[in-house]
Write a protein that binds this ligand. Sequence first.
Ligand code: ADP
Ligand code: MG
Length: 189
Amino acid sequence: MDREQERPAPSSPAAGSALCEGVAAERRGGAGLAALPCAMRHLPYFCRGEVVKGFGRGSKELGIPTANFSEQVVESFPPDISTGIYYGWACVGNGDVHKMVLSIGWNPFYRNTKKSVETHIIHTFKEDFYGEILSIVIVGYIRPEKNFDSLEALISAIQEDIEEAKRQLDLAEHLKLKEDNFFHLPEGK
Ligand code: ADP
Ligand code: MG
């Protein structure tokens, strides 16, 4: 189970650049990948990039702020990765690693022709961290994107996603990714 040590150590990208890689293919030996749903095939998925301003959809007002990756980072994702809600680990700059839920969705700003990737870190931060480098590992898939009839229904679905993420990430197989070397940026980054 120590296959991840074979994964090449990621270099440290400059602010604004993206570093993303999926290791699922190597880990599963490449066999039978085509049969896996696109949500799972690329997991775990490591990604690092700058936090940019989103589109003012008011997630912070809902109590669920989402740190948005730049278009450049989103475009480095595998094109066939499923939209929907995922869970994993996240770290801002050199800070602590926290649980997160992540949405890969169609971006209304671009008339739904481009994806957006937004991370809600399950932690209370003292202040915003626009411009900082966010490192994430996407560990598992929760559900596809959905439309909700009301804001209340949306918020309660997200709260359920958060509870599911917390439960899943406490499993030993997922906890070990929290300690991954990927989260230890070299000094000065
Ligand atoms: P935007 O539309 O600019 O993405 P949001 O309302 O989604 O605005 O708020 C996102 C911003 O809130 C992040 O970029 C970050 O600076 C800040 N933030 C504070 N706490 C969190 C958190 N727990 N998870 C994600 N972002 C957070
Ligand atoms: Mg956001």
